[in-house]
Write a protein that binds this ligand. Sequence first.
Ligand SMILES: Nc1ncnc2c1ncn2[C@@H]1O[C@H](COP(=O)(O)OP(=O)(O)O)[C@@H](O)[C@H]1O
Ligand SMILES: CC(=O)N[C@@H](CCC(=O)OP(=O)(O)O)C(=O)O
Length: 301
Amino acid sequence: MTDPRITSGIDPVLTAQLIATALPYMLRYDEKTVVVKFGGNAMGDEELGKAFAEDITLLKLAGINPVVVHGGGPQINAMLGRLGIKSEWAAGMRITDKATVEVVEMVLAGSINKEIVQTITEAGGRAIGLTGKDGNMVTVTRLTRKIVDPDSNIERIVDLGFVGEPKTVRTEVLEVLAKSEIIPVLAPVCAGEDGETYNVNADTFAGAIAGALHASRLLFLTDVPGVFDKNKHLIKELTVAEAKAMIADGTISGGMIPKVETCIEALDRGVEGVVILDGKTPHAVLLELFTEHGAGTLIKR
Ligand SMILES: Nc1ncnc2c1ncn2[C@@H]1O[C@H](COP(=O)(O)OP(=O)(O)O)[C@@H](O)[C@H]1O
Ligand SMILES: CC(=O)N[C@@H](CCC(=O)OP(=O)(O)O)C(=O)O
């Protein structure tokens, strides 16, 4: 019987070349943990969501241990808007009062988490949706932030409300799942030591998980090709010192601040490689991990 792929026009030589290129990379990540943070801005498009789920399913099939952490900032904004609740931001973090944290939990742990689980199931994988609360996975303390007023240059401390900073990460549940067929999909909602529910920035959460698991790679899928310089040109590689300087001079701002700060902390905690890349490129995860020309911005020591 003729191979249907040959009759459907796929060149077998090209196919073999592609497999040969990808194989060494697949072996490099064999049984290694890859934490993929799927940002709310990257998950808007249905087809992209499907391609993402296919990539994650394939990683698991290839013997790699993917852990998905998702955000949902724009989706939380939309729900808060429908409910007439206003949000304010400080240094890329949502100032979160009691009413807001309820909405955050509903949107992240309810709709978005289950949607990603379902898309992975449709792609042929098996996924389980969890929050930081499940299995007591991530416990947080209340986060405060120092903000420097750009006009007066005066530093002040901002209380962000129910915004948490990961304090302890228990990896038992994730370790059990790593040995199974099941892919964890994690929502950054956590319990505080005071028993309250906390909203955790998804980048910060992903960094804490990647650090605790000693991940080989931490990938941030966002809505820009990577980190831009002052002239909006993509930076392919960024050292920790350069990244800190770009935050200080305002070149890196808004949601890119917690992302880059997390990259720096993750490197400190022993994560081998941290990349910020464009989640709007179909199959961005496969292209980053299994090809020579990784996309996006690699942050290094
Ligand atoms: N130097 C920079 N390079 C790239 N993006 C930047 C930079 N500074 C600020 N940003 C902003 O950061 C955004 C990504 O962060 P965020 O909106 O939190 O995304 P996500 O939802 O993926 O976490 C970009 O869309 C861009 O507007
Ligand atoms: C404290 C804080 O800012 N939490 C975020 C959590 C979601 C998130 O981080 O989503 P993205 O990855 O899509 O930005 C928020 O409330 O929007």
